[in-house]
Write a protein that binds this ligand. Structure first.
Ligand SMILES: [Zn+2]
Length: 441
């Protein structure tokens, strides 16, 4: 008998790398890494452990990876709804950020958002915001994986006054965290309409020098495309391509309003795409043609965007919305099957972030980033196909246990690294402050 750190038995294991769920199998975990996956009875014969957990009516899936967030915006959830993107940004979100965003705000709001993410099976997120160290400190405490974007824009915020200051503060963050096992820096020029050509060129040089991914909101709305054509006689994708930014190291977020010229550039350059269906639907921004992009061989990942435009960080809901929207817009129910929706939220998101050798599927030698979901409930019985139940029927409360690198962050619905009552008190405290000073756009 070999002694190992952990043995986890589950009714179904969805590896995300094969179509058929494994039934009555066990995961053997050593130092946070999956060492073996084998039938439960064989695992009991070959391995022993002081930590043996059994999930006889659960499915085990790879940790979900939310590929586009602004997590500190959880404190602006519900502040301004039912508005178009530029009205929402110019008259509500940017003024609120100008007034409230600080180190303390971002730290408190990030911890609060991480609690929401862990409670619905998210083990990694790819963020774009301000006060990067505050988000990183919160992620360090929570135990979640975090990719934190060095935001750059041409206009001043409470985080930085000039593009040089955004970059300098971002690189200080990058240097402080470059050896952290779970927290990584990326570059995040905000969007084509908030970043000038010379700044994009500078960002590309930094990305090449430090081997960093670049995140960018791109082709979010028809207005963005029309404005670009009016101002520089080029669609945003063409402009960015001419600047050398559309490469496999780009994470292009939203990507609606794609014409043949755009698609030809994308087919040649193969950037990663992040689809945010709920934010796009709520702001009535447009639709990303995920089936077309997938057919062209592009990697399409999934994200929620911030909770102020979604209004949650629920990747179960996002997978369902992605599947439904793709079926409706192609008028074909075979488009984006349940297992493809799960792949977008796991392996495809890991590929976009460049961490698919570490996580994104339940595979030997990858990290034990895992989620257990109870299917033996009113909401998801009977279980003919576990993945169908997960995508089309399961609710967040059915996520019972979550691990990152073998460390359990959620145990029988209780957070192990975060204090739920304290997080709720803080959220009430900030809401009172923001509300009581009369936020008027
Ligand atoms: Zn966004």
């Amino acid at each position: 008998m070999e002694h190992v750190d952990q043995l986890i038995h589950a009714k179904w294991i969805i590896t995300s790398e094969q179509d058929t769920p494994l039934e009555n199998h066990a995961l053997v975990i050593q130092q946070g890494i999956i060492k073996a996956i084998l039938p439960s009875d064989m695992a009991a014969e070959h391995y022993e452990s002081n930590v043996v957990q059994r999930y006889p009516s659960h499915m085990m899936i790879p940790g979900l990876i939310n590929c586009h967030t602004h997590i500190a915006m959880n404190y602006f959830r519900g502040l301004a709804d039912d508005l178009a993107l530029m009205n929402w940004l110019n008259h509500y979100i940017w003024p609120a950020e100008k007034k409230w965003v600080s180190q303390e705000f971002v730290y408190d709001a990030s911890l609060f958002a991480m609690a929401e993410m862990i409670r619905c099976g998210t083990t990694c997120f790819n963020d774009m915001y301000f006060f990067l160290q505050a988000t990183a400190e919160a992620a360090d405490q929570a135990g979640i994986r975090a990719h934190i974007g060095i935001t750059v824009m041409e206009f001043p915020t409470r985080w930085a006054a000039t593009t040089d200051e955004y970059i300098k503060r971002g690189l200080d963050f990058y240097e402080a965290y470059q050896n952290h096992p779970r927290i990584k820096a990326t570059l995040a020029p905000h969007a084509p309409y908030t970043v000038a050509d010379q700044t994009f060129i500078k960002i590309k040089e930094i990305a090449d020098r430090h081997q960093l991914k670049i995140n960018l909101h791109l082709h979010e709305t028809a207005d963005e495309v029309n404005q670009s054509v009016a101002e520089v006689k080029k669609r945003p994708i063409k402009r960015l391509h001419d600047l050398g930014l559309i490469t496999p190291d780009l994470i292009a977020i939203h990507m609606t309003e794609l014409n043949d010229e755009d698609l030809a550039i994308l087919e040649k350059t193969k950037p990663n795409i992040v689809h945010c269906p709920e934010s796009n639907m709520k702001l009535a921004s447009g639709v990303c043609p995920v089936a077309t992009l997938d057919k062209m061989g592009l990697n399409v990942a999934l994200g929620t965007d911030g909770a102020a435009s979604n209004n949650d960080l629920n990747m179960l809901g996002e997978m369902r919305s992605a599947a439904f929207l793709a079926k409706l817009t192609t008028k074909n129910p075979e488009t984006l099957a349940a297992k493809q929706a799960l792949a977008m939220a796991t392996l495809h998101s890991a590929k976009a972030l460049g961490i698919d050798s570490l996580t994104g599927s339940i595979s030997v030698d990858k990290a034990a980033d895992l989620v257990a979901i109870q299917l033996d409930e009113i909401e998801t019985l009977p279980v003919y196909h576990p993945i169908s139940q997960l995508i089309y029927a399961a609710s967040r409360h059915q996520v019972t246990d979550v691990w990152v690198m073998g460390k359990q962050l959620l145990k029988n619905r209780k957070l192990t690294t975060l204090d739920e009552p304290m997080l709720m008190d803080k959220a009430r405290y900030w809401a009172k402050k923001i509300g009581s000073t009369g936020f008027t756009p």
